[in-house]
Design a protein around this ligand. Structure first.
Ligand code: GDP
Length: 424
């Protein structure tokens, strides 16, 4: 059985959760491989409406094993709260269908505090963080200054490790930011409280995945955010602090030797972006308000209004390339139905030169969008389920997009519900 990774091609919020929820039907295992509770994957299904932050979007499917891989930022407190919310809506979570990697590093309470303190210090130069502690967490992980989930099974080792970490971390908290330092007792109480709740789910998921792979179980890897927020390939420094690209999926999941068979890149039919950073196609005023309302573009995690604009084919083509996408799922096509003509950014003008290459981040603020208009379809397409029934103008829009980005559009999503899609 082939394995597959579902990734975002743009700035995030493309509708990955919706695609994972749809496609998990065909998979045995779903793995989240990077990022943390700063995600907000919206899923609508028979259990209701959910904004999943850390839980993999396969948790609604009976028989599917969901894994939080070693690459995620594991916030025990928020994960536990999310599990309670989801279970209250009738979803069963047991160590059989939810497994947490013992090699996942822990996002600790001071990471969230440091995230807020640093955004406050930056004032108008802030990164637009969701303040979930993700940047301080990943910098600590790469400095080898946090705790692995499996250490919860070694209390004496853990306590000494916490003591060593605090000696260092309090220098930053109290010394640089003037914040309250942590005590070993406080940290151990937090770790014991949430650790005891979650220990039943923590195991050697690498071993589990290797065995599953040998038995030819099908594995779906689920990314958070999008290519343009990838730490190495995105619009640095307005990126996230982890690698959201498909190539990281094997590493962050616990199957570093596996080859990816399919990479489904999710692209929204127009552009949106939450937070700071250059956003070349951005609209303002009534035009932006109309698109934001039509697509209900408010952050699933923060409720922040998203920045909106027409589909940016320059950024999307770049996203497709760095993701190595084999297929594209084009979501929210129904949202464009209200438009007389459909705008698309086909090129950028940079220092007077027209280009279809995505610029280096430092050059991006100077880029200007060149926009073309395609014919609109002026009717509700949200009930359409076959390609043949899609209005010709909508078909033309999809074909135009796939030609320009160099990747086939295999799925067209026309509504947030599980069945509101067209498979070509
Ligand atoms: P993710 O983080 O990539 O999973 O995306 P989000 O959940 O943050 O944002 C996608 C939003 O679009 C959610 O509110 C989805 O319910 C919604 N959505 C997804 N696909 C479609 C679609 O085809 N049409 C419409 N109207 N909404 C969609």
């Amino acid at each position: 059985m082939k394995n597959c990774v579902i990734v975002g091609i743009n700035w995030g919020d493309e509708g990955k959760g919706r695609m994972v929820d749809l496609l998990t039907e065909n998979y045995d295992i779903v793995v989240r491989y990077q990022g943390g509770g700063n995600a907000g994957h919206t899923v609508i299904n028979e259990y209701g409406k959910f904004a999943l932050h850390l839980l993999p979007s396969g948790i609604f499917r009976k028989g599917v094993v969901n894994i939080l891989g070693n690459g995620v930022a594991l916030d025990l407190e928020n994960l536990w709260k999310e599990m309670q919310t989801v279970q209250a809506q009738g979803v069963f979570l047991t160590p059989a269908n939810l497994k947490i990697s013992d090699r996942a590093s822990l996002l600790l309470p001071w990471h969230r505090i440091l995230d807020s303190l640093e955004e406050e210090r930056l004032k108008e130069k802030k990164y637009g963080s969701t303040k979930q502690g993700i940047a301080p967490f990943y910098s600590d992980k790469y400095q080898k200054k946090t705790i692995m989930a499996g250490e919860l099974f070694y209390p004496e080792y853990l306590e000494q490790h916490v003591r060593d970490l605090l000696e260092w971390k309090n220098l930053t908290l109290a010394g640089i930011y003037g914040a309250q330092p942590y005590t070993v007792e406080q940290m151990m109480a937090w770790l014991t409280n949430y650790g005891e709740k979650l220990k039943p789910y923590i195991c050697d998921t690498g071993d589990f995945l290797r065995r599953a792979h040998t038995k030819e179980k099908s594995i779906l890897f689920e990314a958070q955010l999008g290519a343009l927020r990838d730490l190495d390939y995105g619009i640095y420094p307005y990126t996230t602090s982890s690698n959201a690209i498909a190539a990281y999926a094997p590493v962050g999941s616990g199957l570093p030797g596996v080859k990816l068979d399919e990479v489904i890149g999710v692209v929204k039919a127009y552009s949106t972006c939450v937070g700071e950073g250059p956003f070349t196609c951005e609209w303002f005023g009534p035009e932006a308000d109309a698109l934001r309302e039509a697509g209900f573009e408010y952050g699933a995690k923060t409720g922040r209004p998203r920045r909106v604009g027409p589909l940016d084919l320059v950024a999307t083509r770049y996203g497709v390339q760095i993701q190595g996408a084999t297929d594209v799922a084009l979501t929210k096509l129904d949202v464009l139905s209200y438009m007389e003509q459909i705008p698309v950014c086909t090129n950028y003008r940079l220092d007077g030169v027209v280009t279809d290459e995505f610029p280096f981040p430092a050059a991006l603020p100077k880029a200007e969008p060149i926009v073309e208009y395609l014919e609109g379809w002026h009717c509700d397409i949200s009930k359409i389920r076959t390609w043949e029934n899609l209005p010709k103008a909508a078909q033309n829009y999809v074909r135009f997009v796939e030609r320009r980005i160099g990747c086939p559009v295999t799925y067209v999503s026309v509504g947030p519900e599980r069945d509101a899609y067209i498979k070509r």
